[in-house]
Design a protein around this ligand. Structure first.
Ligand SMILES: NC(=O)c1ccc[n+]([C@@H]2O[C@H](COP(=O)([O-])OP(=O)(O)OC[C@H]3O[C@@H](n4cnc5c(N)ncnc54)[C@H](OP(=O)(O)O)[C@@H]3O)[C@@H](O)[C@H]2O)c1
Length: 423
């Protein structure tokens, strides 16, 4: 039968219903090119696997984009995931997100803790609560995925504590969190494979130098984002050295490793906000041109692959920490200043100073606000008491006036038998 069809095709040419073979060839080539481009742009997939049952993972940014995809993969493998979120754990959207994640992964060990990365105080409150436990809590992994990126024509903003927002969320909050959690990381038993994952972005390559301050007039969303990521990488390497320098009571080497991970350009809510410039028109354009972002950007799930590689790949723990991972491979950093110890030291010290200054100022501000509140409460209580006494006095006065009226009225009434006596 196939031979007969083939013979018919060769002898009489293609049947009239069949499209032009040349057109078919062109369409096939186009579709093939599309498939190859899509496959290439989706990046490498991690094949690493690891049992996650019983492991405790802290993750920031675990509710959106790449972080949510990472949370799903870890929860699916049985990890206990603690989402550090800037909305309260009782937020209805967060509750729904967690319930949905629990249902999809069949894992009920997914929780949320409130940590607002725009506030050093919020970070301290969570981290001190975490380390304030004896014996130290189990901690296998910290994944720092949260980040903020101001849309291209957005202006510079500061947090309520007075720190530039991009620097605070993408860099300083992570530094503060890891600094406070350091004793908890170092206290983990030697046989525990502890990993700290810092997400970066290839934008770091174009960052202004770290030893120069990014002042207000030079600020742009792109520069601020790139610099925060470069600083995070420099800190990540310095933090590994800080961990390695710790002398464990059991004299064994440090078992915690820092990994810097570049997930690659992905179609996440953050990218959408950036591409659409946070405007409705931008969003409409994004929807109309969605085919381009589908083709050229990774899905959040593919964006999470390099993070999952850093989480699951067993052999990585045998390498020195501070490595950069991209496309599920260990790669070199494109900036020399990431390894410059003098710059890292200066950055660490200036970050420490900034944190100390802001925390002191905030503590004073909170103490003042508390005093002010107490004063207002005292004043309100005094005013309440004064009102109470005044109303009591009023009542007494009214009572006395009534009594006086009554006695006046009774004195005007003719006394019984008074008439007879007159006669
Ligand atoms: N997407 C990319 O193309 C790309 C490329 C390279 C690198 N990266 C890096 O990969 C990581 C994930 O990116 P993404 O695009 O998936 O992020 P995303 O969709 O923008 O999500 C950011 C996450 O950070 C959280 N977050 C923001 N501000 C916070 C705050 N003040 N306190 C606590 N959490 C806060 C958000 O919480 P809410 O959802 O509650 O606001 C959200 O979960 C980031 O570090 C990013 O820099 C991304």
């Amino acid at each position: 039968m196939p031979l007969a069809v083939l013979a018919e095709f060769i002898i009489n040419g293609p049947p009239p219903w069949m499209p032009d073979p040349w057109l078919l060839l062109k369409a096939g080539t186009g579709l093939g090119a599309l498939a190859v481009t899509k496959r290439y742009m989706s990046g490498a997939a991690s094949t690493a696997e690891r049992v996650m049952h019983g492991r405790v993972v802290l993750i920031t940014g675990g509710t959106s984009g790449i972080g949510a995809a990472t949370t799903y993969e870890m929860a699916r493998r049985g990890a206990q995931v603690v989402l550090l979120t800037h909305v309260a754990a009782s937020d209805p959207f967060l509750v729904e997100f967690i319930e949905d994640m629990r249902e999809r992964t069949g894992n009920h060990l997914i929780y949320a803790e409130h940590v607002d990365l725009t506030s050093l105080h919020s970070v301290r409150q969570f981290a001190t609560r975490w380390i304030d436990n004896a014996p130290p809590r189990r901690l296998d992994m910290i994944i720092l995925c949260a980040a903020t990126l101001t849309p291209p024509d957005g202006s510079r903003t500061e947090t309520a504590e007075g720190v530039e927002t991009t620097w605070m969320v993408n860099y300083l909050a992570n530094v503060h969190l890891l600094a406070i959690l350091s004793p908890a990381i170092r206290a983990q038993p030697f046989d525990r494979d502890v990993r700290i994952i810092l997400t970066t972005c290839s934008a770091y390559i174009g960052s202004p130098p770290l030893d120069a301050v990014l002042d207000k007039k030079d600020w742009s969303p792109g520069r601020a984002y790139a610099r925060s990521k470069l600083a995070l990488m420099s800190f990540g390497r310095a933090y590994q050295k800080h961990l390695d320098a710790y002398k464990r009571p059991d004299d064994l080497p440090m078992n915690a490793r820092v990994f810097l991970v570049d997930p690659g350009l992905s179609r996440t809510p953050g990218t959408r906000r950036w591409l659409s410039r946070g405007s409705l028109w931008g969003l409409l354009l994004y929807v109309l041109l969605y085919a381009f972002s589908w083709l050229f950007l990774k899905s959040p799930e593919m964006g999470a692959q390099s993070i999952l590689f850093a989480v699951f790949q067993e052999s990585l723990i045998r390498l020195p920490g501070g490595r950069l991972i991209k496309e599920c491979m260990v790669v070199d950093c494109a900036r020399k200043d990431v390894d410059d110890e003098a710059i890292a030291k200066k950055l660490w010290e200036s970050s420490d100073k900034l944190i100390e200054r802001v925390e002191k100022d905030e503590a004073v501000r909170r103490a003042r606000a508390k005093k002010e509140l107490e004063k207002m409460e005292d004043e309100a209580k005094t005013a309440e008491k004064v009102d109470e006494i005044e109303s009591l006095l009023d009542t007494i006065k009214k009572g006395k006036a009534n009594e006086a009226k009554k006695s006046a009225a009774s004195s005007k009434k003719p006394k019984p038998g008074g008439g007879k006596a007159a006669r």
